[in-house]
Design a protein around this ligand. Structure first.
Ligand code: SF4
Length: 453
């Protein structure tokens, strides 16, 4: 694991009392948990402030984290590894949507409303746009007006995308205390943008097509103690991905400090010659997904509608989930809607994706029922059957443990179509009549309509 310090080295820095006051049974377990990012040094009350600061320097992520936004702070960066299986990825890549200052007041209101209405449901969580980027057309007054309107109408963190020092200063003032992120200082305007970032205590994005120049700019801006992010400018998707991999590898594997900052991806800058707005939408979504997959820590989208954002958030969910923790829900009896004693009882597994697909399809059909959720270690039906995690005996036991017979006036259980082969055994062991349901959860409502009661 590419840490600056090993578990044993970190352990040697701890008080070694094994007193359990940190919540871990030994100092060694505490050290392992710190390196996995699950706990913090300050949870050990016996580490002096001086030691804490020294050790924190040793265990810091090679990619710094950056936080912007005051009312709804957003943190990006803090990458520790190149590959998810080595540890996990932290701080899922936020999606910022763009509002140009060329829009009039009503159009800006509509754009903000659209951004706030984006909702993507995934495994029981709801996601949407994470930030708003206000793009400047070059004029100071319209920019300040647009920034003021966005800051007033939404609490999403703000990114000021502005090529003019004067307009940027006006935008920063219009943000009040909101702590926006500045996008972006080029080599030509580095000095004035650094001055404004210092003055307003705002994180600063640096942009250049030459990685060597970007490194020099990062060195200069870091010397002022600024929080910075990097935007390696490219003219094609292949070049953008190559740049992002180079920057991240330089930070994590080669420990080049100037590259140890979050990466900002701008998909629209890599899209040209489209034939229709629809083509731009799907291409932006595709390019954003590719950039996210290769280390972009924040994506700025031009077209912000559900169809662009949905695939990106779905991919993000997969990339940033912890590979060591199965996605599972609580096993047992779940009530969907307001089931009565004559309501149906269906069986599923505790793999989160399966559970939310099944419960979502039932919920959308407006069906009140009981859902019996088997403990399969977070495995889907087929995997659980193949590995022996889903067995007739455990399902018969679950019927008893959940006291189903006291809740319903019948003894009918609908099992997933993929588990049809368990039917006879479950009937024998439980005394319940087993019905084999459909293989796909979307067919459950139709199945229930025709099931004999
Ligand atoms: Fe060790 Fe400190 Fe945890 Fe006690 S509180 S077990 S000394 S790490």
């Amino acid at each position: 694991m590419p840490q600056k310090i090993s578990i044993l080295e970190l352990y040697s820095q701890l008080p070694k009392k094994n007193c359990k006051e940190c919540g871990y049974s030994t100092c060694m377990a505490f050290a392992a948990s710190i390196l996995e990012g699950k706990t913090k040094l300050e949870n050990c009350p016996y580490i002096t402030e001086e030691d804490r600061l020294r050790v924190e320097g040793l265990i810091a992520a090679p990619v710094a984290k950056l936080t912007f936004g005051k009312r709804r702070p957003l943190t990006i960066g803090e990458a520790r590894v190149m590959h998810r299986h080595e540890l996990k990825f932290y701080n899922p890549t936020p999606v910022a949507v763009e509002v140009p200052d060329s829009l009039n007041e009503i159009q800006i209101s509509t754009a903000i409303k659209n951004a706030l209405e984006i909702k993507v449901e995934r495994l029981g969580e709801t996601y949407g746009a994470d930030a708003i980027t206000i793009t400047c057309s070059g004029e100071t007054a319209p920019y300040a007006r647009a920034v003021r309107q966005v800051a007033k109408s939404s609490d999403l963190p703000i990114i000021l995308n502005c090529p003019s020092t004067e307009a940027l200063e006006a935008g920063l003032e219009a943000c009040g205390k909101e702590k926006p992120m500045i996008f972006a200082a080029t080599r030509e305007r580095l000095d004035p943008y650094v001055e404004l970032a210092k003055k307003f205590n705002a994180p600063l994005v640096l942009a250049d097509k030459d990685l060597g120049e970007l490194r020099l700019m990062a060195k200069k801006a870091s010397a002022y103690g600024l929080d910075i992010a990097l935007c390696p400018v490219a003219s094609s998707l292949a070049e953008a991905i190559r740049n992002q991999i180079t920057v991240r590898r330089a930070a994590i594997e080669n420990k080049i400090l100037e590259f140890g900052h979050p990466i900002i991806g701008i998909p629209a800058s890599l899209i040209s010659s489209v034939h229709s707005p629809e083509e731009f939408w799907w291409r932006e979504s595709l390019v954003a997904s590719a950039l996210l997959f290769r280390y972009a820590d924040l994506i700025i989208l031009r077209y912000a509608e559900l169809e662009t954002v949905l695939p990106i958030i779905t991919l993000r969910h997969g990339v940033f989930s912890d590979p060591k923790i199965p996605a599972k829900v609580k096993a047992g009896l779940h009530e969907l809607g307001s089931p009565r004693s004559d309501s149906q009882v269906l069986l599923t597994v505790n793999y989160a994706l399966t559970f939310y697909l099944v419960s979502g399809d039932i919920d959308r059909a407006g069906i009140d029922c009981y859902l019996l959720v088997a403990e399969t270690g977070g495995m889907s039906v087929l995997n659980a059957l193949a590995s022996g995690q889903m067995q007739s005996r455990s399902i018969a036991d679950l019927i008893k443990e959940t006291d189903l017979e006291s809740k319903v006036s019948h003894k009918h259980l609908i099992i997933p179509g993929l588990a049809a082969r368990l039917r006879g055994e479950i009937e024998e062991l439980s005394g319940w009549q087993i019905f084999v349901g459909p293989a796909e959860s979307r067919d459950i409502p139709q199945f229930l309509k025709h099931k004999p009661s």
